[in-house]
Ligand binder design. Structure first.
Ligand code: 5AD
Ligand code: SF4
Length: 435
């Protein structure tokens, strides 16, 4: 199985693996040995889809060599391009949307009887609550737990509401159970996933569990279990949630809060439901309630009608906040979105790219500045494994989600160690364990 796109998709691949392993299938690292290849796809930007299409063409040569090979496409692209892929390309045997993974064993049987297996129906209820994901490519220390699916915020640029369907939360008990199970198997860090985790809601015996309450319940499992979460929507990030984070040392002090643009005018066109000032107010609240909290973000450049002045507002907001980290993208028009239907994608590609470069260059400078502030400080770091650069060094993260690299010195993956920082780049902190 190959996965493209976000953490959510990665988490979905683990659900798919679990469903198939239960039916006796097993995975292989060697693609030429596979009887079935699944590709889990992402539609969020056009280049994600282009990468998938290229990869599918490579699969064609495997199929030539082995005509019995089954090729399946999963995830967000499934519904959008099923007709093209089935009829014109004649490459795929199975197509399954994000809510029909339970149906995969039946779809595979259908292929054996000579018919393509297709199910791209979206569901109002499916959360795969009872499925214990198989941890793929895991370091045995950190894992993802999906707590909700879908999204109905309808940001005007975004394809997710149409590919992943209605927002639904997963039953609280099954989330707690999964977290407890991971902890008992040695995992020390879980990341709760959803498109907008702040709107998590589950009613249980007349009591409503919101996201703050869910976090607190998980934090109480064990003080050695760290909790992270993504993604938060600025319009829903409440003081109650910030206070819950502040009050529990094992809830990580790092918030991913996508801003998308620093211009209120563009934010309105994006249907984000907050203004520049409201976003700044939430950042002030984070700084006040959780001192030392890292803030990261997503930014889109060159959205419809973005004027030079709007772009400069994005740059000035970035400077004002001093984001620790950012994911930055050119606007990519997606079919079946509000923007595609009502706005003109009117910023020339070279302008989009120049603005993106300015945003990336500024963020590089800000990340370096933020990391420099950590010099000579001591952080508690959860050891994840060997550093990519050297077998003598471990890598881990501090509560602020910054990567820290340090000499091993009597520690092992899963340990918490105290590391004093003596050097940094814009991406990494370098330090030594102190006793
Ligand atoms: N074009 C560019 N970036 C997009 N994102 C979502 N949709 C688009 C699009 N059409 C970005 C947003 C979001 C992140 C996951 O992807 O910044 O927060
Ligand atoms: Fe897309 Fe907006 Fe939902 Fe995020 S909150 S998934 S950007 S519609």
């Amino acid at each position: 199985m190959e996965t493209y796109g976000c953490q959510m998709n990665f988490s979905d691949s683990e659900i798919v693996a679990s469903i198939l392993f239960d039916k006796g299938y097993f995975s292989t690292e060697e693609i030429t040995q596979a009887d079935i290849i699944f590709i889990n796809t992402c539609s969020i930007r056009d280049n994600a889809e282009q990468r998938v299409k290229k990869r599918l063409q490579q699969f064609r040569s495997y199929k030539k060599r082995n005509p019995a090979l089954i090729i399946g496409l999963l995830g967000c692209m499934a519904d959008r391009i099923k007709t093209v892929l089935l009829e014109e390309e004649q490459l795929l045997d199975v197509i399954s949307g994000p809510d029909s993974y339970r149906d995969l064993p039946r779809l595979l049987e259908q292929v054996e009887s000579g018919q393509p297996g297709v199910n791209t129906l979206l569901s109002m209820e499916e959360t795969y609550a009872d499925i214990t994901p198989v941890r793929l490519g895991s370091n045995g220390i950190s894992a993802f737990i999906s707590i909700m699916r879908g999204c109905e915020n309808y940001c005007s640029y975004c394809v997710v509401p149409s590919t992943r369907g209605r927002e639904r939360s997963r039953e609280t008990g099954s989330i707690i159970h999964e977290a407890q199970d991971l902890f008992s198997r040695g995992y020390r860090e879980i990341t709760l996933l959803g498109q907008n985790v702040n709107s998590y809601r589950w009613t249980e015996e007349e009591e409503e569990v919101n996201f703050a309450k869910l976090l607190i319940r998980i934090a109480r499992i064990d003080s050695l279990l760290r909790i992270r979460f993504a993604t938060s929507h600025p319009k829903d990030i409440s003081d109650e949630l910030l206070e819950a984070i502040a009050a529990h040392p094992n809830i990580c002090k790092s918030i991913h809060l996508p801003v998308q643009s620093g211009s209120s005018r563009v934010l309105e066109l994006m249907n984000r439901k907050y203004s520049r000032e409201q976003y700044m107010e939430r950042v002030d609240a984070i700084r006040r309630i959780i001192p030392g909290c890292a803030i990261s973000t997503d930014i889109i450049t060159g959205f419809c009608n973005e004027a030079e002045e709007d772009h400069r507002e994005t740059l000035s907001l970035m400077e004002w906040i001093g984001f620790d980290y950012a994911f930055m993208f050119n606007y990519s028009e997606r079919p079946q979105t509000l923007a595609a239907e009502t706005l003109d994608d009117n910023i020339p590609q070279e302008v989009k790219e120049r603005r993106l470069k300015e945003v990336i260059d500024l963020q590089q400078k800000l990340s370096y500045q933020r990391n420099s502030e950590d010099l000579h400080q001591v952080f508690e770091v959860l050891v994840e494994g060997e550093s990519k650069r050297s077998g003598d060094q471990f890598m881990g993260r501090n509560s602020q989600n910054k990567v820290v690299v340090f000499p091993k010195k009597r520690s092992k993956p899963g340990d918490y160690v105290r590391v004093k920082i003596h050097q940094c780049t814009s991406a990494t902190l370098l330090g030594k364990i102190i006793d």
